[in-house]
Design a protein around this ligand. Structure first.
Ligand SMILES: NC(=O)c1ccc[n+]([C@@H]2O[C@H](COP(=O)([O-])OP(=O)(O)OC[C@H]3O[C@@H](n4cnc5c(N)ncnc54)[C@H](OP(=O)(O)O)[C@@H]3O)[C@@H](O)[C@H]2O)c1
Length: 419
């Protein structure tokens, strides 16, 4: 338990949803009530009770898991919840619709916060609206603590920390390769994705956020050398293989660039980064890369057209609350490699980090990444010069998160690249 006089160490806000339930189950399975004052937060007492009952059934240690009631649209209830809590870990999305009042409540009460958002339009809103207040309140508001964007952000931090320590200089460029991934997607995630396109269709600031690769950097610093996420298949010269655009690049690349800016340009002012999906060296690799690029283009094209977006959301996507199948979650895994190149005291160098685990990336793995982010905040296991603000995993928590994830079975390695 923490030494603060607040009732709850961590509240899982949204514990009845797909990701929230997994997060609550993970934390209760990993820590005893003596180690962690955990509470389940949400708007439906009965359903929260049933999550608690399932936890009691599977983990003997927990005789009771307290419940905190509130509503994402009722700021007063969020202030009361935040005031009694050291760290709020929230899975209540779409964050564009439900996120801001909780961020405000956490800042007002000096409560640390972490979430799973990949909605860059909303992150931009929160950066512009709340960063300075969060700095003043010394509240750490950490966005994107799931598969979006921990592997990319922490993988880059691993590479850059190693380069600085071993070669005396950061890498000038980093490429994030989603080497392997298998898992499912929930209705909640697709609803959040649709919300991003909805925002872009209505709001010029959201459109600019999607267009500008530096849109999550601090105001006044939203430009740089990168041109934005790739859209076409391309032969990658570093690995001599074909690559397709990554659907998560729009989020992950911006989060990495925000980390660099928040860390006072530790990776350099001219730092470049990109994320891609490698598909192999052969002609088949070229064909797969083109197919993936075409598929992503078609999907994003359809999501940009309002009637098609409504059709996909209402008829094709699963409803919010519906998760991937048991089988998808059980058989899931991912491996992300981050390659960095630079020039140091000893000449040119190439560094490689690997980040992965044998768990469904968006759910089993995401629950652990968010849970351990919350534990870092709770236990003040932080390696960052920043004491508050709207932050990223790498800039707001830093290396202790990689250490915690390693301790629970994640691969998080870094060293000289082969060849
Ligand atoms: N970064 C990543 O890699 C990653 C991975 C997975 C998910 N996500 C994101 O995480 C979010 C959650 O996904 P999910 O699949 O768990 O969604 P979900 O199953 O739909 O869960 C949403 C949660 O929000 C709660 N909620 C909705 N409106 C509320 C309100 N007014 N007041 C309080 N609670 C409210 C729901 O409560 P009820 O049960 O009462 O409706 C539910 O607990 C999404 O934004 C998704 O994109 C990100």
């Amino acid at each position: 338990m923490s030494e603060s006089d607040r009732d709850h160490d961590i509240v899982v806000w949204g514990a009845t949803g797909v990701a929230g339930r997994l997060l609550a189950e993970y934390l209760a399975g990993q820590y005893t009530p003596d180690e962690l004052a955990l509470a389940l937060g949400g708007r439906d007492e009965e359903r929260l009770g049933s999550v608690g009952a399932d936890i009691r059934e599977t983990t003997d240690a927990w005789a009771e898991v307290p419940i905190v009631l509130g509503d994402a649209t009722d700021p007063e209830s969020l202030r009361a919840l935040a005031a009694e809590t050291d760290v709020v870990a929230t899975t209540v999305g779409p964050y564009t619709n439900y996120g801001s009042p909780l961020v405000e409540a956490c800042i007002e009460t000096g409560t640390d916060y972490c979430d799973l958002t990949g909605e860059i339009n909303w992150i931009r809103e929160v950066v512009d609206e709340y960063h300075n207040d969060a700095v003043a309140a010394e509240a750490r508001i950490i966005n994107s603590c799931g598969f979006d964007s921990v592997p990319a952000d922490m993988g880059t931090l691993l590479v850059q920390s190693y380069a600085a320590a071993e070669h005396g200089a950061p890498c000038e460029e980093v490429r994030i390769y989603v080497d392997d991934a298998s898992g499912g997607v929930s209705g909640g995630t697709l609803a959040s994705f649709a919300e991003l396109f909805e925002a872009a269709s209505e709001d010029p600031v959201a459109r600019e956020t999607l267009r500008n690769p530096y849109s999550l950097a601090p105001p006044g610093e939203r430009e740089g050398v990168d041109r934005g996420a790739r859209r076409l298949a391309r032969k990658d010269r570093w690995r001599s293989e074909w690559t397709a655009p990554s659907p998560m690049a729009a989020v992950n690349e911006r989060v990495v660039r925000r980390s660099n800016a928040l860390l006072d340009y530790r990776y350099g002012r001219e730092f470049r980064c990109s994320e891609v999906i490698p598909t192999g060296r052969s002609l088949g690799g070229a064909a797969s890369a083109s197919l993936v690029a075409g598929g992503i283009g078609l999907f994003t094209g359809a999501m940009s057209v309002s009637p098609l977006r409504s059709l996909l959301s209402d008829v094709v996507f699963p409803d919010p609350g519906e998760g991937p199948s048991e089988q998808q979650m059980e058989n899931g895994y991912f491996l992300v490699s981050v390659l960095g190149r630079g020039t140091g005291d000893d000449g040119e160098f190439t560094v490689q980090a690997e980040f992965g685990v044998d768990l469904d990336p968006g759910y089993g793995a995401t629950a652990r990444m968010l849970g351990e982010s919350a534990m870092c905040l709770l236990r003040d296991e932080i390696d960052s010069p920043l004491e508050g603000g709207v932050l990223t995993p790498a800039s707001g928590i830093g290396m202790p998160l990689a250490e915690r994830l390693r301790d629970i079975g994640f691969t998080a390695t870094v060293g000289e690249a082969d060849g």
